[in-house]
Structure formats: C-alpha cells, structure tokens
Design a protein around this ligand. Structure first.
Ligand code: GDP
Ligand code: MG
Length: 345
C-alpha cells in the first residue's frame, strides 16, 4: 500500500549550498537554470499526470460534450437537454448542473451565440467560475507548530495523504512530526511508524489507544522542539457512526487544550469514487468538526470527478489538494484552471 514511499530521496539542494565561494558566477547561473528547468519539468509532468488521471471523468464528460458541440451543430433546446444529461452523468449533481445550464442560457442570449461549438468555451469558462471559490491553497506559515488534523471514512486515503504531505512539507524545508491517531488498528499504527522510520520523520504513537492523548502529546512535543508541522492521523469512520463522530469531536477539543488555536487545519479526505455521497460526508464532518479544507483523492480511478462542481455549489469548502495516483508526486494543490484544462484536454 505504501509502495509509493519506496521511491527516491528528493530533498532539493538549496542553490546557496551548491554555489560556494570557489564556484564561478557562471556556475551559479547554471545551477539556477537547472533548478528552474527541473521545476518546469515537474510542472509539466504534473500536468501530464493530471490529464491522464482525469481520463475516465473526461471520457464520460468531455468526449460527450465534444459530440454535442460538433461543427455545424446549432444551439437549440435539445442541445441543452443533452448537455444536462452529460453533466449529471459526470456527477456534477442536480444543483450545479442547473446552475451551469442557466448560466449558459444567459450567455447565449447576451453574446448572441448560435453555434454549438461556441458553447464549449462558454461551458469551460462557467466551470472555472463555479470552481474558483474552492481554490485556496493551504498556508502553513502562520503558526508554529501548524497542526493539521485529517478525518474521513476508512480507505479514503488519509494515511497515504499524510505521507505525501509530509514529503511535500519537508521539500519546503519544514520539519514535520506525525501523530498516529488511528489507534483502532495496530496495523494502522505500524503503517505510519514504518513510513516514519524510512523517511526519518518522527511518529508519536501509543499502544494505550487514546487518539486524543496521542495527538496531544505530539503537539506538546512539536512545540518543545520547534517543529513546524504536525500531521495528525485519525481512524476512519462513517458519519452514521454517531459514537465515533462524538469521539472525533473530543479529539478536536483535546487538541485545543494543547494549543488554543489548533487544529489550524481540519481536512476531510474524500475518495472521489463516492460521487454524490461526498456532499453528505462534507456536511456531516463539517457539522462535527468545522472543516477548513478537503483533499479529494483517487480522481484517477473514477468517472465521477464532476463531484467537485457539485461541492462548489452545495458545500464550498476549499479543496486544498487533489490526488490522481499512489505516487508521491500524485498529490498536488488544487488549481482550477489546470483542472478544467485537463478536463477539456
Ligand atoms: N489510485 C489512487 N489510490 C490512492 C490515492 N490516494 C490513496 N490511494 C490508495 O487508497 C488506499 C487507502 O489509503 P489509506 O491512506 O490507507 O486510507 P485511510 O484508511 O483513509 O488511511 C491505499 O491503497 C492508497 O494507496 C489516489 O489518489 N489514487
Ligand atoms: Mg489510515
């Protein structure tokens, strides 16, 4: 499961360390150039992964859209009806679909559009507008330690996301400490501990089994050692398991005792495959915990990527990161323009 963790060591070497005094200025430029080149490569390879990750959503969504918007087709009532069906089948949801269709009708009138092909760009623009409020990148610089608590159902990708985030923050020269708050299963504790050993990240865990106490200890320890970020794992739970929802509320209250402003971020991890169920999960976890962000994983395995549009209309909690695979680089901040581009690629 943690196969992605076997890969390389990728702590970037700061240019200042490489460019010692003996190195001629020319070499410094080369180093800087290489760094920006590799950043550019990383960016384009993410664009590629995002594009292939969204292939299944695209095939139910865009290719049908392309069929509708073919050359020579005219804008008429039947076209709007077909478009509605396509949006619903990509899990955009009833409300967001209605919203998009209304917006498109408005544009057609205002801009006097007649050709179906013109509607494609209009749809793209409306999707960008709809999703824009969800793009709010996570800023971990305003507190130390910055405490991130992760919640979600079993198998959503919480622990994997913690591994990926830990590597991301380390690459930004942040020190990280993990709290093994999934104390229900020994295997879960071991999964995190093993990852910590391999990556030289300390993991606070306990056999005693009180998740709140483990996370409390982790925050105290992070504070006394000047650690930048605490990532707190929790056991999976369904919103219908009321005693477990109460338990995670308690975890949050105990975190607040360790640091009145913590947790600074409460992330709900959602498996994109659940489609419209995501709305219900966001609502329930938000009521219990006050969510500050979402992580949408497994967009690569599903045709239901349109659910992000449904969330934007109904539960607009910022989507901090999206995942399109098991590799370390497959989790990236959510950027609307590149997401919509990949959807229409
Ligand atoms: N394809 C794919 N698999 C993922 C992604 N994120 C997580 N997974 C896999 O989902 C499974 C469950 O992940 P895990 O982190 O253990 O879930 P948890 O129960 O919420 O902690 C693992 O096999 C992960 O490798 C993703 O973005 N894409
Ligand atoms: Mg887990």
């Amino acid at each position: 499961m943690f196969g992605f963790l076997k890969s390389r060591k990728t702590q970037p070497v700061p240019a200042t360390e490489v460019a010692t005094e003996e190195v001629a200025p020319v070499a410094v430029e080369v180093v800087a150039e290489a760094a920006s080149e590799s950043a550019a490569t990383a960016k384009s390879s993410w664009a590629q992964r995002l594009k292939s990750g969204l292939a299944r959503t695209r095939s139910t969504f865009t290719s049908q859209v392309a069929g509708l918007f073919g050359v020579g087709a005219k804008i008429d009532e039947a076209l709007f009806e077909e478009l509605e069906t396509v949006l619903l089948s990509a899990d955009v949801g009833v409300e967001a679909t209605q919203h998009l269709i209304d917006k498109l009708r408005g544009r057609v009138k205002r801009e006097r559009l007649t050709e179906a092909s013109q509607l494609r760009d209009a749809l793209k623009a409306e999707l960008v507008d709809l999703l824009a409020p969800l793009e709010k990148p996570l800023d971990i610089d305003n507190s130390k330690p910055f405490v991130i608590m992760l919640a979600g159902v079993n198998g959503a990708g919480k622990t994997t996301t913690i591994g990926k985030l830990a590597r991301r923050f380390q690459a930004q020269n942040k020190s990280v400490l993990l709290a093994a708050g999934d104390t229900f299963r020994a295997a879960a504790r071991e999964q995190l501990a093993e990852w910590g050993r391999r990556n030289n990240v300390e993991v606070i865990s306990s056999r005693a089994g009180d998740p709140a106490a483990v996370i409390y200890d982790a925050i105290q320890s992070a504070r006394s050692r000047g650690i930048d970020v605490v990532l707190a794992d929790t056991a999976g739970r369904l919103p219908t398991q009321l005693h477990l929802m109460e338990e995670i509320r308690k975890v949050k209250r105990v975190i607040q005792k360790a640091d009145i402003n913590a947790p600074h971020e409460v992330l709900l991890v959602l498996d994109a495959n659940i489609g419209q169920n995501a709305l219900m999960q966001v609502k329930a976890f938000d009521e219990a915990l006050g969510l500050t962000g979402l992580v949408m994983t497994k967009l690569d395995g599903t045709a239901k990527g349109g659910v992000i549009a449904a969330l934007a209309k109904r539960q607009p909690v910022p989507v901090r990161f999206i995942g399109v695979g098991e590799g370390l680089e497959d989790l990236q901040p959510f950027r609307v323009a590149e997401f919509v581009d990949a959807l229409f690629a």
